[in-house]
Design a protein around this ligand. Structure first.
Ligand code: PMP
Length: 436
């Protein structure tokens, strides 16, 4: 290990605290974290000069590849003007243009207003607060509850976290959040007594696929059915497209595959192409109009870096790339190739239990050949991802599901390499799996 790497790791272990991380284990002598220092296209390098395909798009953010020259140039151009200015009481040219272009990605009049924030959690948090305040200002204050789906994930701030259905993350905070009723799917929702739907402000959903729930797609038509259910009961629909937005599932937004327009759309991760923290909550004219009038109707929400000029400049460049490089058209054959590769993968080992795919997002679930899950404490998913590194793939599991969602710019050759790395890693871990 080179001296710089040693120093960076020592500083990290002495002072840093990582998300979702068992810190005692992280800081132990035996653990040698990778220090990531450089990226280009779908590839990322560590401080020892080793190169990996970025198999989870740097936690689901990167869209067109690292160091994309157009996004880099846009950020540099913006830096020469101003890096940041307050959005509280002032406008900025990049945010205005970005808001107009985000709305234009929807049929005219469907989503007309954009509220900027910083990350996926705050995009959802804004939608929740807007949904409640809207009811207070339209004579239905009793409509303050939410429906969310079991095993959903919507972020970690207290409001967004309370919509989360993954007990490991959220259970201990259950009493501190919003009033939420959890349902497992449309059948469960249909059984909600009509009276109880009258206290609902909104339903929150990850459209087409639940990400943190080990990449689990919804049945086709679910979203359309949910939109109709909401319309019949006057309940708003909040679409959390923090993961699915910006082409991941094959259409610009997952909702568009089922011709659904939500009342609130939350986007983040890929909005800036994965270059800078930026998020947005889009909503309709009807909802926005309820915030007009007296000062008490103001939406009191905002962060210091709201509508960051750098982030907005990156996002505009990302949208240009989508249009000029016909990114979504070029993606379709890669999605088809991914489906073939996943089919073949299932032949490679009886431990490939299921390979779920939605667009360019896949979750490859590992189990014993007889279908029983591995004991969670054996952390087989983690072991396989570690074993994939020497084969040139960097990704993270969700339990024993290996996530494969590389940047949209990934070529079919690179995709083949990624899937081959997973197959080899599983082979390398055969002993550990057999021992479970
Ligand atoms: N919603 C969904 C569907 C997500 O997948 C995530 C993050 N994985 C979030 C919200 C939270 O986003 P962030 O981590 O940017 O706060």
């Amino acid at each position: 290990m080179n001296e710089e790497t040693k120093r960076w790791i020592a500083q990290d272990k002495a002072h840093c605290w990582h998300p979702f991380t068992r810190q005692a284990e992280w800081c132990s002598e035996a653990h040698e974290p990778l220090v990531l220092t450089r990226g280009k296209g779908a590839w990322i390098w560590d401080s020892e000069g080793r190169k990996y395909l970025d198999g989870n798009s740097s936690i689901w953010t990167n869209i067109h590849g690292h160091g994309h020259p157009r996004i880099t140039a846009a950020i540099e151009r913006q830096l020469r003007e101003v890096a940041h200015s307050s959005y509280l009481g002032f406008a900025n040219p990049r945010a205005g243009e970005l808001a107009e272009r985000l709305c234009a990605l929807w049929p005219r009049g469907e989503l007309e207003r954009v509220f900027f924030s910083d990350d996926g959690s705050t995009a959802v948090e804004c939608a929740l607060k807007m949904a409640i305040q809207f009811r207070m200002q339209t004579g239905e204050p009793e409509r303050s509850g939410f429906v969310a789906f079991s095993d959903a994930y919507h972020g970690d701030t207290m409001g967004a976290a309370s919509l989360g259905g993954v007990s490991m993350f959220f259970e201990r905070f259950r009493n501190f959040g919003m009033p939420v009723h959890f349902v497992s799917g449309m059948e469960d929702l249909a059984e909600l007594p009509e009276e109880s739907t009258q206290s609902l402000a909104a339903v929150v959903v990850e459209p087409r696929i639940q990400g943190v729930n080990q990449m689990r797609p919804w049945p086709a038509g679910m979203l359309r059915g949910l939109r109709d259910w909401c319309d019949r009961r006057g309940v708003h629909l909040i679409a959390d497209e923090v993961m699915t937005g910006f082409g991941r599932t094959g259409t610009m937004f997952a909702c568009q595959a089922e011709n659904v327009a939500p009342d609130f759309l939350c986007v983040a991760k890929g909005l800036s192409g994965g270059f800078l923290p930026l998020a947005a909550t889009l909503t309709t004219r009807e909802i926005y109009d309820a915030f007009l009038g007296g000062p008490e109707r103001t939406f009191f929400y905002g962060h210091s870096y709201t509508a960051s000029q750098l982030g907005c400049a990156a996002a505009l460049a990302s949208l240009d790339i989508f249009a000029d490089d016909r990114v979504l058209e070029c993606l379709q054959p890669k999605i088809d190739r991914m489906a073939e590769l996943l089919r073949d993968l299932k032949q490679r080992s009886p431990c490939f239990h299921d390979a779920r795919q939605c667009g360019f997002v896949a979750g490859i679930e590992l189990r014993h050949p007889d279908g029983t899950p591995f004991p969670p404490e054996r952390r087989i998913g983690e072991a396989v991802c570690l074993a994939a590194r020497p084969h040139g793939l960097l990704t993270r599991p969700i339990l024993d599901t290996i996530v494969l969602m590389p940047p949209l710019c990934t070529t079919t050759d690179e995709l083949e390499l990624a899937v081959a790395a997973i197959a080899m890693a599983v082979e390398d871990c055969r002993g550990a799996m057999n021992a479970c």
